[in-house]
Design a protein around this ligand. Sequence first.
Ligand SMILES: [Fe+2]
Ligand SMILES: [Fe+2]
Length: 210
Amino acid sequence: MNKCDTCGGCSQTKKKNLEGDKVTIDLLMDILENNNMSMKNHANHVGIMSKWLAQYLGIDSNLCNTIELAGRLHDIGMMKISPSLFNKTDALSALDWKELKKHSEYGFEILNQYPELNEAAQIVLEHHERFDGTGYPSGLLGNEIHLGARIIALCETIDHMSTDKPYKNAVSFKSIEEEIRQKSGTQFDPWLVMHIKELMIVWQETLVCE
Ligand SMILES: [Fe+2]
Ligand SMILES: [Fe+2]
């Protein structure tokens, strides 16, 4: 923890200053890439599509940019999770899952050190909350969850489902759309799910041919 500039000794956390958001994001993305290239692709996809959906919904451009940023950095907290968890070949234990789920809070801690990233940090903290209140870490309900976090939750699920993984094959876009609709009001915000068809069309046009 950085000590206070004024006295150099008290426990007050010093807020870090940055020359600009871009420097930070590039730095954090490089760290992500070094950790895991597929994680960087996931981060970029979620950032791009979250911004598209936010703009489509007519959200203020500053908030759209913050949502894009939070989308790109939503899993940055994974940096603090032991690599042994990712390399595990056995099924994850309850303790492993408990540790993995801490990545939202770790991500918040990393980003919230920078005043420019405070709102993005809040969105990152809430990206695994669920509309029906059964998500983590706080069990927030409905509109208590930051709109950016609700958008990212939807986009990151689509990206997971549409990508081949060592343990599962990608799911068709039609099946993804059906599953998202089934989870409207439970996992996902129904207002966002109303626009799933448009989102899936743009998703295919934007990301499939990259
Ligand atoms: Fe996550
Ligand atoms: Fe993710």
